[in-house]
Write a protein that binds this ligand. Sequence first.
Ligand SMILES: Cc1cc2nc3c(=O)[nH]c(=O)nc-3n(C[C@H](O)[C@H](O)[C@H](O)COP(=O)(O)OP(=O)(O)OC[C@H]3O[C@@H](n4cnc5c(N)ncnc54)[C@H](O)[C@@H]3O)c2cc1C
Length: 473
Amino acid sequence: MSDETLISALVDAVGADHVKQDADELGYYGSDRCRGTWSVDPRVIVLPKTVEQVQAVVRAAASASAKIVPSGGRTGLTGAATATGGEVVLSLERMNRILSVDVPGQTLRCEAGATVEAVQIAAAAEDLLYPVDFAAKGSAQIGGSIATNAGGVKVLRYGSTRSWVSGLDVVTASGELLHLGGSLVKDNTGYDLRQLFIGAEGTLGIIVGATMRLCTPPKGLLVALCSVPSDAHVLSLFTRARRELPLQAFECFDQGCLKHVLEHRGITGRGPFAEPSPQHVLIEIEIDGHGDDAQERAHDLLTLCLADAQDAGEIEDAVVAATAAQAHDLWDYREGISESLHGHTPHKSDIALPISEVTAFLEVWRPAVAKALPDAEALVFGHVGDGNLHLNVLKPPAESAESFVARAKAFDEETYALVQRFGGSVSAEHGIGLLKRDHLHFTRSDGELTMMRAIKAALDPRGMFNPGKVLPA
Ligand SMILES: Cc1cc2nc3c(=O)[nH]c(=O)nc-3n(C[C@H](O)[C@H](O)[C@H](O)COP(=O)(O)OP(=O)(O)OC[C@H]3O[C@@H](n4cnc5c(N)ncnc54)[C@H](O)[C@@H]3O)c2cc1C
């Protein structure tokens, strides 16, 4: 099929207004947050409105031997939604309806292009909670978050997106629509195909709709920020907190991260604590019950735990938020980190470790950075309760971006070899995409890679969906 015939088939499928070929739109829809890392070269953008239109686009692309990049909110951080080789970009943007909320069953049905935030809002309107929460939720779509198995700040309490997918509607490489699961709580009927599409980064099929699980929201939350004398004390504090507190989140960030947040916000004073300290931990706990009594009980539980931690030398200082506004301000120190590093060309790695190995890993990784990149600032923050660290190395101001990226990428090999040595994963929550494809072998064995390739060949025999992503050539 010629280019012209493909475009005309796509126009028949979705209407001329929803087939885009001008340069601005090719650039806009053709890449994700990794803009500038790879050359962006889609052939055409299509924006279907219905499942039938998605099926027609898949069939048209298959007849033309064209490739398809499924595209969600394009907030991904690994290049997984970037079109680099003349693909059809299929954006789910117009398929964004919340279809229904089943209150007794605590589930919500929506189209794949609904944003994570829209799902949270629809759940909250029924006094229910969709608990997967991350900073890009206003743009990230439920389909994209399923395709990347997104995590976020509440994984410790609620798990990743995978835990919340009850049913999926998927368009396969033949254009067939599969309904995988639904709102059943129990269903033990052979292979759970739905799981294959979660975290597959659009390489096996297109998610067009989902049934998401919801839950009862906590009655209230209490937040504290602690200054901590070392990486090792973060782990002992976590061990204590996990035993004694109903944890919702347990996040850490080092002194370098705090310094950048304060600088970025133009805060010249001392920040949350009188004395600087190597590490900081944000603890959020659930309040069990309504009213002042419940609030006081939770407060007593938290302050007692923090006092014991201080006696044991695990924390130097702590502040407990007295109001929702103060809690928001404390979270702001943690959530402002990515934005504050943006202007410093950070080289980032999102890794996972067994929780008990977090300190041992940092004891080796920090000196390794100091040796290999002595002029670069190394910063660590992350979701300690999930063993998920975000490692950042900042470009020295005088160095060109090109030279720094080359040095930092060479150092990645050392980082991922260490991750492997400590039994970790090269990607905790951001996925593989293009960015980590060639590092997948540090986490996955040859046997696993062979089986992944067999699954890809079975579900997408012509390699139509998201070519070049996830699996190394
Ligand atoms: C500021 C910021 C903070 C972030 N914080 C977190 C965090 O805390 N935790 C976390 O896990 N991630 C985080 N991310 C990464 C990102 O937001 C998530 O990976 C998100 O789930 C991506 O959703 P999306 O709709 O933007 O997907 P996209 O970026 O559009 O696509 C991601 C992948 O999914 C595929 N895809 C998209 N839609 C579909 C579909 N309907 N069917 C099949 N495949 C599809 C794409 O082809 C691509 O492979 C953050 C990103 C930013 C910018």
